[in-house]
Design a binder for this molecule. Structure first.
Ligand code: MSP
Length: 530
């Protein structure tokens, strides 16, 4: 791809890269769906979008998992990474980059970056003593630990004592600069509560952290001392730089900076906030590279109100879920039901109820019955109206006129649930409108102009709803657009050219006289779980 000028029209969104100790769980799917939705939203806006995800493949945790399964670490990583890719495909997630930290391109970036930080004098050798949680791949402060030296995030695993020579990164040197960053750019860490957590952590004084390991083979050797490997988090954070390379470009920092760096938005879970909001910007400051635009820490998912975990036996398998319910349903539930940034729950009965209410009834039935009426009363075409036939204070038109900008603002703020709610409110208003206006009565009375206006108004509202929800439910939006007579594919990367937001997010786009297609139910009612 030709390089894009600096005042780039780019939008770069990333997910964390996932550990390959196990197949993806619903938590990883949650972040990745959200990233895909925001990427799709900016594609509608015709921005040059890069959506990056990948797998975090080095470190003790992965090495031990592979050993326990009797596999070589690389063979293990290959297998699990393929599982992630397959799930993203099933969930209709459009990844522009899938970064694997064991790829030679990534290794080249890590080495060059390390060298820069080394040349700045920000790396030194020291003695690391402390409690290490292999599941977090992180040293823990003694005061953070639960009784019997257990990690608060992994209470069924004991932390391990380490006393070894490591190389350290001078995080403490960046204390003031980081504080300045948080002050100058209040939106750097979101939401507000997470920002406060970081401010309070940093105000306690930053300590240098170790960035190398000894006695661990499964990692990138340190350029300055190959008997050490690079700490998995130092390595992993750099995936965001590797992602900024074009696939055919030589893997250098200069190339990564040319087009896609800095990232606009890092989406992460709240447990890995410190790495992204403190360590990562400091590493970039040291390497004198631009900082990302914002870091958003979302909440954690529970199942039926309980923490999910293998030992609890209540993990939701996303492969099973997508097979039973299809991707749009899953995407919609998680984004509509949970306020992004807060913790949220998955409950299958609630899942089924919400989908039936919103997608099968409110949206699906509305389209279906209106199309049937258009078939009967309007010759299966979009009615042709005289100009300004629909009054500006028509309840649906007046809502529809504002809806595009309202929903766009919600997406920009990552308020996915608000975006869905705003659209659904108009859909519900349309159902009420059609019942009140009773076009079947008008038809009987020979009032064709009134029938035309009602049918047009409702069909146009459904179209607008489908367009604005297309980042969340692209396949349902495709079906709706198709039944309305368009040939538009919301899964296509050039959607922002074919159906740009500037046009399709407005009211009054449905062309008069457009031939409509067969009304088909777009969403089959789901059976309650047994
Ligand atoms: N490999 C690191 C990230 C490196 S990014 C440079 C990692 N991987 S992880 O696989 O353990 O977690 C990935 C993401 O999943 C994290 O953002 C984490 O917050 C998220 N989740 C893990 N369990 C979750 C839930 N139950 N609910 C929501 N998100 C959860 O950390």
């Amino acid at each position: 791809m030709a390089s894009i000028p600096r005042e780039k029209n780019t939008f770069v969104v990333t997910t964390p890269i996932y550990y390959v100790n196990d197949l993806p769980h619903i938590g990883s799917a949650y972040t990745t769906i959200a990233a895909d939705v925001i990427a799709r939203f900016y594609r509608l806006q015709n921005r040059a979008v890069l959506m990056a995800t990948g797998t975090d493949e080095h470190g003790q945790k992965i090495q031990r998992t592979a050993e326990s399964l009797g596999r070589s670490p690389q063979a293990h990583c290959d297998q699990i990474a393929a599982g992630f890719q397959s799930l993203w495909h099933k969930l209709d997630i459009q990844t522009d980059r899938f970064i694997r930290t064991t790829s030679p391109r990534h290794e080249a970036i890590v080495r060059e970056f390390f060298q820069r930080v080394w040349d700045r004098g920000d790396i030194y050798m020291g003695q690391q003593q402390g409690w290490y949680c292999v599941a977090c791949e992180e040293f823990k402060e003694e005061r953070e630990l639960l009784p019997e030296k257990r990690c608060p995030l992994h209470p069924n695993k004991a932390v391990e004592w380490r006393d070894e020579q490591n190389y350290f990164f001078r995080l403490s040197k960046y204390q003031t600069q980081l504080e300045q960053l948080y002050q100058d750019q209040p939106s750097f860490i979101q939401p507000e509560g997470r920002r406060n957590e970081v401010l309070s952590f940093v105000s306690q004084g930053l300590q240098d952290f170790s960035i190398s390991r000894v006695n661990l083979e499964w990692g990138i050797p340190l350029p300055v001392n190959p008997s050490h490997t690079i700490y998995v988090w130092f390595d992993a954070l750099l995936n965001y730089i590797t992602a900024a390379l074009e696939p055919d470009q030589e893997p250098t920092l200069a190339n990564a900076l040319a087009t896609w760096w800095p990232a606009s938005l890092h989406l992460i879970g709240k447990d890995i906030l410190r790495f992204h909001a403190v360590y990562w910007p400091a590493m970039l400051m040291s390497a004198e590279m631009p900082l990302p635009g914002r870091v958003f820490g979302h909440g954690f998912l529970t199942k039926d109100g309980q923490k999910m975990g293998k030992s609890l036996g209540n993990v939701i398998d996303p492969f099973d879920l997508v097979q039973r319910y299809q991707s749009d349903a899953i995407r919609y539930y998680f984004l509509k039901e949970i306020e992004f940034g807060r913790d949220g729950d998955f409950n299958e009965t609630r899942f089924v109820n919400i989908l039936n209410a919103d997608l099968a009834n409110d949206l699906g039935n509305l389209l279906n019955r209106t199309l049937k009426m258009a078939d009967k009363y309007c010759d299966r075409r979009v009615p042709t109206l005289v100009e300004d036939a629909i009054a500006i204070d028509n309840v649906l038109k007046s809502k529809g006129i504002d809806l595009g900008s309202q929903v766009a603002q919600a997406y920009e703020l990552l308020a996915f649930s608000q975006a869905c709610e705003a659209v659904l409110a108009v859909v519900r208003a349309s159902n009420k409108y059609i019942d009140e206006q009773a076009p079947w009565k008008q038809y009987k009375q020979g009032n064709q102009a009134a029938v035309d206006q009602i049918i047009y108004t409702v069909l146009e509202t459904v179209r607008l709803a489908a367009y604005l929800l297309s980042p969340v439910i692209p396949n349902l939006s495709n079906q709706i657009y198709h039944q309305l007579g368009f040939e538009v594919d919301f899964n296509h990367h050039d959607i922002g050219v074919v159906a740009p937001f500037s046009q399709h997010a407005s009211w009054g786009v449905l062309p008069a006289n457009q031939m409509l297609n067969d009304p088909q139910p777009i969403f089959q009612r789901l059976e309650p779980p047994s």
